[in-house]
Design a protein around this ligand. Structure first.
Ligand code: DGY
Length: 435
């Protein structure tokens, strides 16, 4: 496929998933508006339709809760066969719920970064002035309502908030839960995608059990921190948050707004991130189980996310890249594995080639990785991963994720963020770096 035809096909995927108000992440599997999908979709749209990129972001912000929380999904009253239904969340029991139907949990805060990238390339000062207060309120909520220990690091309360739902890093915590009762439900996610590519029943039941706990607590933030059976500081989420705080600060400066509050968050996160997550003995970052007070010692590609936020020292970055990313037993293509980069180190017993976040290649993870590698001067390696990512898309189409062995597609077809990132990887000015 030529670059021109890849670009045209990517645009037609985004146009095909466009409802006129928001863009579905996938035509059948994900028929509503997802938070971090939407940020990447806006980035993709900005390459060919800037007004539409802005209305995508406005549509997402229309679901913001009154306390600042930006939910993982905004349903927009569009009928669908998706489960959980909007009614299942019972958000009307929270005094903070918005008027539009949404979930009661959040997702990785990528939006400020995307807004800043777009603004750097195609200045949109009026739009920045319009959305900045909502972004600030969301970040403030993350740094207060989700700060369990005064570190400034945000906690997640559900694997869905990590965006990497059934990642092996959550499996031990989910298995240790003993739900007394799980509400009746009928899964919708295996209707369009083979069960082998989706979370197992045991994990899915606990996802639903957690929602039941939260709705009984009426989504009161302090209650959730006190009682959620799942309370984690996630490396990926916090690296994205820190980078997004930096980007939010850049937006504040461009608007002449005070930065002291954001500076405080940045200071606290920079002080605590490496101490909390870095493991000197293995040269890896590990997530932290706040409820149990201990690290979650599972090696997944989230360990590379701090590179995206500029957090590792030079020595730490060298250890991440040389001991792990380039290690043919863990992440580097070798043997039957031909593509960058598996979401879990292949040394982990929970690695599975086709199951959702347990092993396949995700375009978003490759993009984070490329951005991080460039930040640390590994331009050649970033370029190898960029080429491999585009090859995967050209061969298997815009799929949700890919089997790293043969490059075949898995999950949803016509997946919007794969199309959006294909545009970013082939059209971003000055190579593909956003910094
Ligand atoms: C799903 O339905 O699988 C989503 O990831 C939950 O947000």
């Amino acid at each position: 496929m030529t670059t021109a035809s890849l670009v045209n096909t990517a645009i037609s995927v985004l146009r095909g998933n466009d409802t006129g108000v928001f863009t579905k992440p996938g035509p059948h599997q994900y028929p509503h508006q997802w938070n971090w999908d939407s940020a990447l979709i806006a980035l993709g749209l900005s390459h060919f339709d800037l007004p539409r990129a802005q209305s995508e972001i406005r549509a997402l912000l229309s679901g913001q809760w009154q306390d600042g929380m930006l939910p993982s999904v905004v349903y927009h009253s569009i009928p669908s066969d998706y489960f959980p239904t909007p009614q299942f969340w019972q958000i009307e029991n929270s005094p903070h719920a918005p008027r539009v139907p949404t979930t009661g949990i959040t997702q990785p805060p990528l939006l400020a970064t995307v807004v800043n990238i777009i603004h750097t390339r195609l200045p949109i000062p009026d739009f920045i002035r319009e959305v900045y207060p909502a972004l600030l309120r969301w970040h403030r909520w993350l740094h207060t309502a989700r700060d369990a220990d005064g570190t400034g690091l945000a906690c997640i309360i559900h694997p869905w908030e990590s965006g990497t739902d059934d990642s092996p890093r959550w499996l031990g915590l989910l298995a240790a839960m003993r739900p007394e009762a799980v509400p009746e439900f009928l899964r919708g996610d295996t209707r369009y995608v083979p069960a082998i590519e989706r979370p197992n029943r045991e994990e899915y039941e606990r996802f639903i059990y957690l929602i039941d706990v939260f709705r009984k607590l009426k989504y009161a933030p302090a209650e959730l921190l006190a009682h959620s059976p799942f309370l984690v500081q996630d490396i990926l989420f916090n690296a994205i948050l820190l980078r997004a705080d930096e980007d939010l600060r850049t937006l504040a400066v461009s608007l002449g707004q005070p930065t002291n509050e954001i500076d405080g968050w940045l200071k606290s996160m920079r002080l605590n991130f490496n101490t909390r997550f870095w493991d000197e003995s293995t040269g890896l970052y590990y997530d932290y189980d706040v409820r149990a007070g201990k690290p979650i010692r599972v090696n997944t590609a989230s360990t590379f996310l701090p590179l995206f936020a500029g957090l590792p020292s030079k020595t730490q970055s060298e250890r991440l890249v040389e001991e792990h990313l380039l290690n043919p037993n863990e992440y580097a293509p070798a043997g039957e594995v031909r593509h960058w980069v598996t979401t879990t180190a292949r040394t982990e017993p929970t690695w599975e080639a086709r199951r959702y976040w347990r092993g396949p290649v995700w375009i978003i993870m490759n993009w984070f990785l490329m951005e991080g590698l460039q930040r640390y001067g590994y331009d050649d390696l970033a370029e190898i991963i960029r080429q491999d990512t585009l090859d995967l898309i050209e061969t298997a189409g815009f799929r949700e994720y890919y089997d790293a062995r043969d490059g075949s597609g898995c999950g949803s077809v016509d997946f919007s963020w794969s199309a959006a990132l294909a545009l970013e990887l082939s059209m971003a000015p000055a190579g593909h770096s956003s910094r």
